[in-house]
Write a protein of this length. Sequence first.
Length: 246
Amino acid sequence: MNQSISRFRNLAEWPEDEWVNLDIHLFIAANFNRYCSHLIKKVGLQYLPSDATDSMMSLFCDIAFKPLSTVHQKNLNAAGSRRNQVMLGTLKMITNTRMVDALIKEYPSYIAIEQIAEFRDEDGGFDNAFGQDDYRSTVPGVYSNEATFFAAENCDLNPAESDMEAELESDRITVMLEMLRSYLTPVQFRHIRYAVCEGLTSQEIAERTGHSVTNVRIMLLNARKKMLELVPAHLNDSMQEFLHRK
């Protein structure tokens, strides 16, 4: 496949097999300047640390990859201009919401609080793109209940049901992590995601991120501390008992 970076700025004429196998990272990179240059200009590149330009692309990829992958998978049958509407529209919303939050958290000493309102997507378009109803529409009714009980404890589940339960559990964890995103720095969130969603050890996370094992453990401990601070007061005793058993 011709991987010319400019091709990723217009997906309308792509052959179907190339659209289905779209490289999300290349898509983000190809449209980085298009969507982030205005944001960076508003912040003022001269006010950011000298290494900001080197890390900005990586930050944008970290923030945008998961939601773009989800949207892409939901729209594999899209054709023509609909592809651009879905992918470029979502990327624009991410730039105006999650990327703003990430910049503020990553460089809190460089971005004034009063600037936040300037960047916000007041329409809340990103949230609407992943509405709860859309998510629920992909889940059969029997699995949307809080609990499912079986007549026999040791009955064998249909493989499809097992796969669905595993997928739902994965989605549940992803949603819970998304709820924590605003309380963690992008780096902390990335490390927690590697540990929880991918089950990586501290050593494996260090190899993937380039941090030392000690720094990885410190970041995970700081994230864990922040998560424990969010536990409601009436659940503190139960949480401490659970941690003691662990």
